[in-house]
Design a binder for this molecule. Structure first.
Ligand code: TRP
Length: 332
């Protein structure tokens, strides 16, 4: 298995990113036959408004979060997308065989561009082609992504197939989406019908990977629930979005099923459940926060790790790029 995934350095990571993505990356790294590449997707981050002065630091911070969350630089390559230039080069080549009509159907583009699609940058429109290049240049077999990126992954498969058919080759590999175990969708603590998100204006809606114990406990205490106690079965949580979210988070943190959580807490009130959940969250996040702060105090150490990851990524991606260029008939 060759695994590739990435996250944008747009802002601090939260519990949803950890439980929904990062923890899964760590599990994949620990599979016996896997080779993992984890990328800070800074070229994707510039497709929308961003702060040039903070970009390099945000890149280090996401890399630190990968490491604090358990990605081991000795086992997996951690690298920066913009430093591995073959990504952009392959993107151009692939863009010539990607139909505009297919890009127009991407729901994330429609969401991000909003009513002003005519004014959106070409980069935002072509975002999925860069993502396809990210994946295909490693010949990744498996790509751990959340629901929101499945459509992009499907397009990557499509582009790989188009290339292979057009050039009568098997150079590019069609990647599969991959999640170990159950995918956890963590919702906003303030509104259990919305995803926990870094773009939510309310800080209370999310638990950040850098929150201290006190802040975590306060946010959980204020989290949305309802007057009913915890039910006996998962079915009874239907429609109780806040309650369902907290039970889901508990189950994910403790790595047990929701049913098991309910066996333990059925009939109990939130006054009892919330402190238990807060303890669990703190226990899990505290060591990560500490490691993350240590790393952020030592940016040279992070840079060293990134330079090594970039080098490894460079070797592999140059090989694929050459193959593709040859297949396409370029002069050399
Ligand atoms: N678009 C992804 C996101 O915002 C990040 C990303 C960029 C990515 N390139 C990728 C994820 C390649 C998986 C594979 O979440």
């Amino acid at each position: 298995m060759r695994i590739l995934s990435g996250m944008q350095p747009t802002s601090h990571l939260h519990l949803g990113n950890y439980l929904g993505a990062l923890r899964n990356w760590v599990k994949l790294q620990d599979e016996p036959d896997s080779e993992c590449f984890y990328m800070v997707a800074d070229l994707h981050a510039i497709t929308q408004d961003y702060d040039p002065e903070g970009l390099a630091q945000a890149t280090r911070e996401i890399a630190a979060a990968f490491i604090a969350g358990g990605v081991d630089p000795a086992q997996s390559s951690i690298f920066v997308q913009s430093s591995v230039t073959a990504h952009s080069e392959l993107m151009w080549l692939l863009s010539t065989m990607t139909q505009m009509g297919k890009l127009e159907r991407m729901t994330q583009f429609k969401d991000k561009a909003g009513k002003n699609a005519e004014r959106a940058g070409l980069g935002l429109f072509a975002y999925p082609v860069l993502m396809a290049a990210d994946i295909l240049i490693y010949k990744a077999t498996h790509v751990p992504v959340g629901e929101d990126q499945k459509q992009h992954l499907e397009l990557s498969r499509d582009i790989a197939a188009t290339f292979n058919t057009k050039y009568k080759t098997e150079t590019l590999i069609q990647p599969e989406p991959y999640i170990v175990g159950e995918a956890t969708r963590v919702m906003s603590l303030q509104d259990g019908s919305k995803k926990m998100s870094k773009s939510d204006p309310s800080e209370k809606s999310r638990i950040n990977m850098t929150d201290d114990a006190d802040t975590i406990a306060k946010k959980i205490k204020k989290a949305q629930t309802d007057p009913e106690p915890l039910p006996e079965t998962v079915e009874e949580l239907e429609g109780r979005v806040g309650a369902l979210n907290l039970v889901t988070i508990y189950a994910a943190l403790a790595e047990v099923s929701r049913a098991e959580v309910l066996t333990q807490y059925a009939g109990k009130g939130w006054g009892e459940f919330k402190p238990a959940l807060a303890d669990l969250a703190v226990e899990m996040l505290a060591p990560m926060t500490e490691r993350m702060n240590q790393l952020m105090d030592d940016p040279l150490e992070i840079d060293k790790i990134l330079v090594a990851g970039n080098e490894k990524a460079h070797q592999i991606t140059q090989k694929t790029l050459k193959e593709v260029q040859e297949t396409m008939g370029f002069w050399k």
